[in-house]
Unconditional design. Structure first.
Length: 87
């Protein structure tokens, strides 16, 4: 049985970028992809993470979520959803 070899050059940043690429790849329709990116951008701005691009902000949220835990992530998603419902 072949063992999985870990590439020493593989970094957490590469992992986060791969997560972003998987998110983009999962949505086939260009229209849906555009709408989802707009919605995600609104959420990222609501959370107030740093980054120049939506990709950088998305990676920042993933890293914050890992550092602060699922409760932090759930709290911000819930607050964002409540804000949207009030509009």
């Amino acid at each position: 049985m072949a063992e999985f070899q870990v590439n020493e050059k593989y970094t957490n940043r590469d992992e986060e970028a791969s997560t972003w690429n998987l998110y983009l790849y999962a949505t086939k329709s260009p229209v849906t992809k555009q709408k989802n990116q707009k919605r995600l951008e609104k959420f990222l701005n609501f959370v107030g993470v740093s980054g120049e691009t939506i990709e950088e902000k998305g990676i920042s949220v993933v890293l914050l979520s890992r550092d602060k835990g699922n409760a932090w992530t759930f709290k911000y998603v819930l607050k964002f959803m409540q804000t949207i419902r009030e509009i």
